[in-house]
Design a protein around this ligand. Structure first.
Ligand code: PRX
Length: 631
């Protein structure tokens, strides 16, 4: 992969400039910084509130900020209800295509019916405001209905990505202590049925809190249902109680909307908690401005709703903005590498938002696959999840976007809720840079002492202000949230993102990657500690270390080092068994690329594994300062 060249610039075309929702960046940015609360109040005014806020930003207990405190709003009032009284009522909200070609469409009115029925079903199962419901589903419309149904009644959803497996699901259910789990019999991937219910059954054996499991019928798998605990959704929906009318709960702006677990430096994933008010304002504003959303747009965020990208930019932001969203369950190259391009053509997609990994994966099949299709409906393209290498950027721009679609490279995190650094369509672009801060945000690159580094030098990315979409805490762990993310510099609370980055002479931000023990593999976020603890749960493994090494397609690939228990010897069979074990415990995305059997691991005197030493050795690089190495 070639390194970025900060003098290569792509200017917006006259057509892009002409129709921009935000025609000018600098003046609006200055306003958003000098009058941050005014800027966000203006955006909040575009939403529907049961009661307006008393204060825009309450900083009295920083870094535990409150946004729009005193206000009453439900995100579903904005994502669905308010569209029912206007022309959006019969507009398409969701177009879903299954991998096997099945298609289902829902208008905003149809979506409302489904969500109301689901919400009434949840109520009939005893779900109340403030309860946490875990959702473990494939990419089908019912996943979105389930999320919105929880939000509608003031329950908190905790979605676990459908690609995760037993232990990952069990630990997330356990941390949230969910009473209710919503799942499906299975999903489809590359023509195969993925057996989700069996994984859910196994997870429910490992954690005792689930009393009710609602299962969606999605394929033909014969699954085990436990009487009195497991119920088919279609049976529940047939009951009179599941009527298609349901009042939306009047939640407070700061009431929790969802928890989403994300990997950090310890083995235990962090439940990032987001709220109704600020998150609704932030996701809809960023989506509308960065992607120039127009009423007629067909928007396709080709992520999984089970990750933050899907929460913010498949479900909430786009529905609040009244867009038509595309959802596709399946692999991008199944049955052929033109599947995505076929979808773009068939549905007339205007904006495609995906990850560098997906772009690289499709690029390797060559230009002839996209060239078979009319992609002229595309107006904008987006990228997220990891730095995009310039080759992939240029291919996306030339071959998919026909040199006319700006690429909106958005840098953000589960914790930030929405875009923090991204261009607007009018921004001159440099391939590989997410460009400038979104409105309201001041971003600096600093050294270990907190001093800003000179232009072009690498440092830590920090955010010097609160923003409405920010996570409010780590579920059940306020202290960890404050300690991990926030510190005071020059009397200002700053958020430490955990990424290293550079800022060039023009103020463009170039994100380099994670600085901590978090890996980005195919854009998915995984903690080395989670992978290590999955390995150590194998009966023959004593100790393990995981690192990420550069990979052409995935960005990073997982390499592991394993010390076996006494009397055990490494073999090819055991290597395969360990890979399979991690895949079964955590999910396919966490499967190590390589397992090396070793006698010892480089550690500090206090016993911490020095992963950077393993990495340097694997790459044949200088091992750096080894003074803390034990042996
Ligand atoms: O390292 C950054 C990388 O993804 C991390 C956040 O991961 P997650 O919470 O799973 O959210 C992913 C989707 C928002 C960041 O700390 N990252 C995300 N977007 C970009 C990126 N790195 C470079 N460029 C991006 N556009």
């Amino acid at each position: 992969m070639s390194s970025p060249n900060d003098s290569e610039i792509f200017n917006p075309s006259p057509e892009v400039l002409e129709q921009a929702n935000v025609p000018e960046y600098e003046a609006m940015y200055d306003y958003s910084i000098t009058n941050r609360e005014g800027f966000w109040a203006d955006q909040a005014e575009t939403l529907s509130w049961f009661k307006k806020w008393d204060t825009v930003l309450d900083e009295s207990n920083a870094p535990f900020y409150k946004w729009f405190d005193g206000g009453s709003i439900n995100i579903v009032q904005n994502a669905i209800d308010r569209h029912l009284g206007n022309a959006n009522r019969n507009k398409m909200a969701i177009i879903w295509e299954g991998e096997n070609g099945q298609v289902r469409n829902y208008s905003y009115n149809g979506l409302n019916r489904e969500v109301c029925q689901f919400a009434n079903t949840l109520k009939s199962m005893g779900v109340n405001k403030g309860d946490i419901v875990t959702i473990y589903m494939p990419q089908i419309p019912e996943l979105i209905f389930a999320m919105l149904a929880c939000a509608k009644i003031g329950a908190i959803h905790s979605v676990v990505y459908g690609g995760f497996s037993t232990e990952a699901l069990a630990s997330r259910i356990d941390d949230a202590q969910s009473r209710v789990l919503i799942t499906a019999d299975g999903g489809w991937r590359r023509g195969r049925q993925i057996d989700l219910k069996s994984i859910a059954n196994e997870a429910m054996k490992r954690t005792p809190s689930i009393e009710v499991c609602i299962c969606v019928k999605n394929n033909e798998l014969d699954v085990e249902m436990e009487p009195a605990r497991d119920f088919w959704l279609h049976d529940l929906k047939a009951l009179p109680i599941a009527s298609s009318k349901c009042e939306t709960e009047q939640t407070s702006a700061e009431d929790p909307l969802f928890i989403l677990y994300t990997s950090g430096t310890t083995g235990k994933p962090k439940g990032m908690l987001h709220t109704h008010g600020g998150y609704a304002v932030y996701t809809s504003t960023t989506h509308r401005m960065a992607f120039d959303i127009k009423p007629q747009d067909r928007w396709w965020c080709a992520a999984d709703p089970g990750w933050i990208t899907g929460h913010s930019y498949i479900v909430y932001g786009p529905l609040i903005n009244g867009a038509t969203i595309m959802l596709y369950e399946g692999a991008p190259n199944y049955p052929y590498p033109n599947r995505w391009w076929q979808i773009v053509e068939k549905y007339g997609i205007n904006i495609l938002y995906t990850s560098p990994t997906a772009i690289r994966g499709l690029m390797r099949f060559g230009d002839r696959w996209p060239q078979k299709h009319d992609l002229s409906s595309l107006r904008l393209l987006g990228s997220v999840g990891e730095p995009i290498n310039p080759e992939a950027w240029r291919w996306y721009h030339q071959v998919i976007g026909n040199n006319k679609c700006p690429i909106i490279d958005t840098w953000w995190q589960t914790e930030t809720g929405g875009f923090m650094v991204c261009p607007l369509p009018i921004t001159p672009l440099k391939p590989g840079s997410a460009t400038k801060p979104f409105f309201g945000n001041e971003i600096s690159i600093v050294d270990d002492d907190g001093s800003e580094v000179p232009a072009g030098e690498e440092g830590k990315l920090i955010i010097k202000n609160p923003w409405p979409g920010m996570a409010r805490t780590i579920f059940k762990d306020d202290q960890r949230y404050a300690d991990l993310y926030w510190s005071k510099r020059d009397n200002i609370w700053c958020y430490l993102a955990g990424d290293s980055a550079k800022k060039d002479e023009d103020g463009y931000i170039w994100v380099i990657g994670r600085m901590d023990e978090v890996l980005k593999v195919s854009g998915y976020r995984l903690g080395t500690a989670e992978i290590e603890s999955a390995l150590v749960s194998h009966p023959q493994v004593n100790e393990a270390a995981a690192i990420g090494l550069p990979h052409e397609l995935k960005g990073n690939a997982i390499h592991t080092y394993v010390i076996l228990k006494q009397g055990q010897t490494g073999s090819l069979e055991l290597e395969l068994e360990l890979k399979e074990h991690v895949s079964k415990e955590l999910g396919k995305i966490a499967t190590p690329e390589a397992v090396a059997f070793v006698d010892s691991l480089p550690k500090t005197r206090s016993g911490k594994i020095m992963r950077r030493v393993l990495k340097a050795r694997a790459l044949g690089q200088d091992e750096g300062d080894l003074s803390t190495l034990e042996e």
